[in-house]
Design a protein around this ligand. Structure first.
Ligand SMILES: Nc1nc(=O)c2c([nH]1)NC[C@@H]1CN(c3ccc(C(=O)N[C@@H](CCC(=O)O)C(=O)O)cc3)CN21
Ligand SMILES: CC(C)C(=O)C(=O)O
Ligand SMILES: [Mg+2]
Length: 277
């Protein structure tokens, strides 16, 4: 496992950082094998896996359950746990919950928030838990998805937030839905790496929700790219299975064990003798 601070070297060397969400053991194993740098156990697990209507329904218990599963599957990759809604209401609560995330197997935590979160991020970092900040569109507090920083006042606020969060000790920052030239300016100002989602080409790394890149999600967002059509392929396979079971072509004799002929005779004879049929 690489410490979160190691990715500063990637930034210096211009080696792009790959982050991808993971929520369960098999997905973590495959992403780890594929060489993804950071597996983010996102609170997006709520909408994408648990069927919740909103990020606001996700609890610490939900997160810990999924962090444990991902941690069991990650051999090389860094595991980051996303701090859910209300888990960082005070500095002491943020630290307590961050420690629970680390005990579950995370190597760092991600905390949504801008100027308002600087104190709590500093408190968690000073206690020894590595933190990735998250600014721009922040689903836990922002409401409807919209690009952030398109006017000069909001752009200045994002620049100021990023600098304050770096100063507070964050080792990394996620930019969600910000214009790419603003992301480029902030990336150049910071010495910690910036990871974009819908933040364009000039961040030090990228993060995506794995369901989107596999084509498992209901739609393809502007910021995403479907590298496969797994949703359709899952559905086709499920339908083929149902057709074969109802049609009697699955299973075949190859899918089960044979009974030796002599034992089969003995079983028939014993059933006949015992039950009269
Ligand atoms: N499946 C999934 N993919 C994600 O990228 C994602 C999640 N879930 N959950 C957590 C956050 C929420 N994110 C979102 C959610 C919605 C939009 C969205 O509605 N985008 C609009 C464009 C917005 C704009 O450019 O103003 C779109 O039409 O794609 C974007 C990011 C990104 N994250
Ligand atoms: C979209 C990423 C950055 C996230 O916070 C999540 O998946 O929950
Ligand atoms: Mg999140």
């Amino acid at each position: 496992m690489k410490a979160l601070s190691v990715f500063r070297d990637y930034k210096k060397q211009g080696r792009k950082i790959t982050m991808l969400t993971a929520y369960d053991y098999p997905t973590a194993v495959l992403e780890d094998r594929a060489g993804i740098d950071i597996l983010l156990v996102g609170d997006s697990v709520g909408r994408n896996i648990l069927g919740y209507a909103s990020e606001l329904e996700v609890t610490m218990e939900d997160m810990l359950h999924h962090v444990r599963a991902v941690a069991r599957g990650a051999k090389q990759a860094h595991v980051m746990g996303d701090m859910p809604y209300r888990s960082c209401d005070t500095p002491a609560l943020a630290l307590e919950n961050a420690r629970r995330m680390m005990d579950a197997g995370a190597h760092s935590v991600k905390i949504e928030g801008e100027q308002d979160m600087v104190d709590r991020i500093k408190y968690v970092v000073d206690a020894g838990v590595p933190v990735c900040a998250h600014i721009g569109y922040t689903p836990q507090t922002s409401g409807k998805a919209a690009v952030q920083g398109k006017d000069i006042d909001r752009a200045k606020a994002l620049i100021d937030a990023a600098l304050q969060l770096e100063k507070a000790g964050a080792d990394m920052v996620v930019f969600e839905l910000i214009p790419e030239l603003l992301a480029k300016e902030i990336t150049n100002l910071l010495s910690i790496p910036t990871i974009g989602i819908g933040a364009g080409r000039f961040c030090d790394g990228q993060v995506q929700v794995y369901c989107d890149i596999l084509g498992l999600s209901a739609r393809v967002f502007r910021h995403a790219k479907a590298y496969d059509t797994l949703g359709q392929r899952y559905e086709d396979a499920f339908a083929a299975y149902a057709r074969e079971v109802t049609g009697g072509t699955f299973p075949t004799s190859e899918n089960a064990a044979a009974l030796p002929d002599d034992v089969a005779d003995q079983v028939r004879e014993w059933v006949h003798k015992t039950y009269g049929k």
